[in-house]
Design a protein around this ligand. Structure first.
Ligand code: ADP
Length: 402
């Protein structure tokens, strides 16, 4: 029997999200989340989709990632789909930063792990957690192929003029300072699905992808290749996000140091955790922001307007970068669900051939679909992202090609 199952792990500093998929039919056998690892209130939520069983939630202390993954393995075993199963082909890991070296899914060995470690200075929050997840999974199944799928990989096709910052070249090169971009797995998946939705090959279409989740990024994709994206050296650059400022004059950092005596770590925390929608109105959930706007809340309205203004600037910028655009697509939590965001983001862009049909935009649905009027020159769509499926597909393709 050829093994066809892939376990996808997305390890954060205090959480592990996982999905077990069977690539024979693309079906999900189980999904789950271990959260607040290391705290007293940790919990494991496990949903055995393959058996149609009920979601199980255990509130139990998960001291570290090792304990968390063992608990996950226990849940999978209880459903008869444990990690010791001969049907498991590989484990695919989401790794946030692949630097310049990793532009493809990569089979993990000691040298690869060392290189991911070497990238910790450019991804201090994410790569250490990803490494912990990989090491833990290796201990559980040392014989199994483990594959790293990098958030930065899809953006490695960006030309130098989009990837470089206009700063002293030697300083930039010495410290590996350039624009890497993130959410690449989602941008790759969504841009490909958009081509499918248009009935074309990815090489034939130019797409602007707006990934609007708690983190948010835009990308310009020409003929299946990313030519620009809004996140940079770190995920801080670009769009207004749930808690991140996105683009800001870098002099704000020096200014805060001088006038407020804030150290770099404090400013880092301010811009990454206490900015964006949360910084502007105390709330990062778009549903709640819309509810407050409906009640006449001025701070929520201003936060929404700033969010939309930035989004519109990126649509315009990427339109100019691409020259011709076949589709603008919305994805992730906000992009897939918030009709007012989609409507406002393209409002007034008719001269660019962009418009949404009010009815299509507000109609419920969870399939990839177009929401522009039939006559629209540029299609506007909603394409639900599926990063786990993309990681599983890339992992499976790599291990079956060996
Ligand atoms: P993450 O970046 O954490 O993966 P998601 O893509 O899951 O985030 O997006 C989470 C965000 O999506 C929430 O913070 C919320 O603002 C937004 N969201 C989720 N559901 C809805 C909805 N029904 N309407 C509007 N916004 C929503």
């Amino acid at each position: 029997m050829t093994p066809t199952r892939i376990l996808v792990l997305n390890s954060g500093s205090s959480s592990v999200k996982y999905q077990l998929l069977d690539m024979a039919d693309g079906k999900r056998l189980a999904v789950g989340l271990a959260e607040r690892i290391g705290e007293d209130t940790s919990a494991l939520t496990h949903h055995p989709l393959g058996t149609g069983g009920d979601k199980r939630r255990h509130e139990c202390r998960l001291a570290d990632h090792d304990a968390a993954l063992k608990a996950v393995a226990g849940e999978l075993s209880a459903d008869g789909i444990g990690l010791d199963s001969p049907e498991l082909a590989a484990i695919g890991h989401r790794v946030v930063h692949g630097g310049l070296r990793f532009t493809e899914p990569t089979l993990i060995d000691d040298a690869v792990l060392k290189e991911i470690e070497r990238l910790v200075p450019v991804a201090p929050l994410h790569n250490p957690a990803n490494i912990t997840g990989i090491r833990t999974a290796q201990r559980l199944r040392p014989d199994l192929p483990q594959v790293a799928v990098f958030d930065t990989a899809f953006h490695s096709s960006m030309p130098e003029h989009a990837a470089r910052y206009a700063i002293d070249v030697r300083t930039a090169d010495e410290h590996r300072i350039r624009r890497y971009g993130f959410h690449g797995t989602s941008h790759a998946y969504v841009s490909r699905k958009t081509a499918e939705l248009l009935g074309k090959d990815p090489s034939e279409v130019n797409v602007i992808v707006l990934h609007l989740g708690n983190g948010a990024s835009a990308s310009a994709v020409r003929g299946g290749l990313c030519v620009d994206t809004s996140m940079g050296l770190t995920p801080l650059e670009g769009l207004v996000m749930g808690t991140r400022s996105g683009d800001i004059d870098p002099a704000v950092v020096f200014h805060l140091g001088r006038v407020a005596g804030m150290g770099t770590d404090e400013v880092d925390e301010l811009l990454n955790k206490r900015s964006g929608l949360v910084g502007l109105c105390g709330e990062n959930d778009m549903r709640e922001i819309r509810r407050r706007i409906d009640e006449g809340d001025a701070a929520a309205k201003l936060a929404f307007d700033i969010y939309i203004h930035r989004l519109k600037k990126y649509i315009g910028a990427y339109y100019a970068v691409l020259g011709t655009v076949d589709a603008v697509v919305f994805t992730a939590g906000v992009g897939e669900n918030a009709a007012p965001v989609r409507e406002a983001a393209v409002a007034g862009l008719d001269q660019l051939g962009l418009a949404v049909d009010a009815e299509l935009n507000t109609a419920p649905g969870d399939a990839a679909r177009l929401i522009s009027p039939a006559s629209a020159r540029v299609k506007v769509g909603i394409v639900p992202t599926d990063e786990e499926l993309e990681i599983a597909e890339q992992t499976y393709a790599l291990v079956t090609a060996r």
